[in-house]
Design a protein. Structure first.
Length: 211
C-alpha cells in the first residue's frame, strides 16, 4: 500500500496490516465502518520495532495531508455506504486518535491498564454525529489529531511501550494501519465517481454530436 507499513510478507507489521485489511472495513456491505478499529498488536508473532511504527505513522500522516488537500467539500459529502460519508469516516479516524491520546494522558497518573470497548457499538452510535461537522472542521480535527497522537507515540520511552504491548489497552502504536485502510477506500470511491462523471460527460457529448 502506498504510504503503508514497510517490511516483507513475514514482517510483523506487514502481517498486522494484512490481517487488519481482512477484518477492518465493512463499508457498503455492512452496518459498521470498522469491526477492528485498533488491531491487536500483542497477538502478532515477533516484536515490531518502535522505529517502524514511527516511520509508518509518519508516512501515513503525510498521505493523510495530501489526501485532505485533494478532497473537495463535495468529496467529503460522498456516500460510502451503510450511512457513512467520506467526511464521517475521516472524523471517525480522528475520534480513534483522540481516544488514544486520552489513554496516553491517563497513563501519567493511572498507569497502563485495560480499556475495553465495544467498537461496533461505538461506531454505530457515532455515525450520525460524525456526519454533522462541516468540512473545514473535519479537516482540522483529522490533521490535528494525527499530528498529536503520532508525536505522543514517538516520544514514548521504552517502558510504556512494553506496557502498552503487554496489556489489553486498546491503544495501538501502529496508527498507519487503520488510516491506510480507510484512505484506500476513500481514494477508490472518489476515483470511481470521477470515472462515472467522465463517462457521463462523454455520453452527453456523443449524443449532442449525433443530434
Amino acid at each position: 500500500m502506498s504510504g503503508g507499513v514497510r517490511g516483507g510478507a513475514g514482517d510483523p507489521l506487514s502481517l498486522l496490516n494484512s490481517r487488519c485489511r481482512r477484518r477492518l472495513c465493512v463499508g457498503a456491505h455492512g452496518s459498521n465502518v470498522c469491526s477492528c478499529p485498533e488491531p491487536a498488536e500483542r497477538d502478532l508473532p515477533g516484536e515490531p520495532r518502535m522505529e517502524n511504527y514511527v516511520s509508518a505513522n509518519d508516512e501515513s500522516r503525510e498521505r493523510l495531508g495530501a489526501l485532505v488537500e485533494r478532497l473537495t467539500d463535495d468529496d467529503l459529502a460522498l456516500e460510502l455506504g451503510a450511512g457513512w460519508t467520506v467526511g464521517a469516516v475521516l472524523a471517525h479516524l480522528a475520534f480513534w486518535d483522540q481516544r488514544g491520546l486520552s489513554l496516553l494522558a491517563r497513563k501519567s497518573h493511572a498507569g497502563i491498564g485495560p480499556s475495553p470497548i465495544d467498537a461496533d457499538a461505538v461506531n454505530d452510535a457515532g455515525r450520525p454525529l460524525l456526519r454533522r461537522p462541516p468540512p473545514a472542521a473535519v479537516r482540522d480535527l483529522l490533521l490535528d489529531s494525527a499530528v498529536a497522537i503520532d508525536a505522543a507515540i514517538a516520544q514514548l520511552p521504552p517502558s510504556p511501550v512494553v506496557d502498552i504491548r503487554e496489556h489489553a489497552t486498546h491503544l495501538h502504536l501502529g496508527r498507519a494501519i487503520h488510516r491506510n485502510v480507510h484512505f484506500d477506500e476513500i481514494e477508490a470511491r472518489v476515483g470511481e465517481r470521477k470515472r462515472d462523471r467522465r463517462c457521463a460527460s462523454s455520453e452527453r457529448g456523443a449524443r449532442a454530436s449525433q443530434g
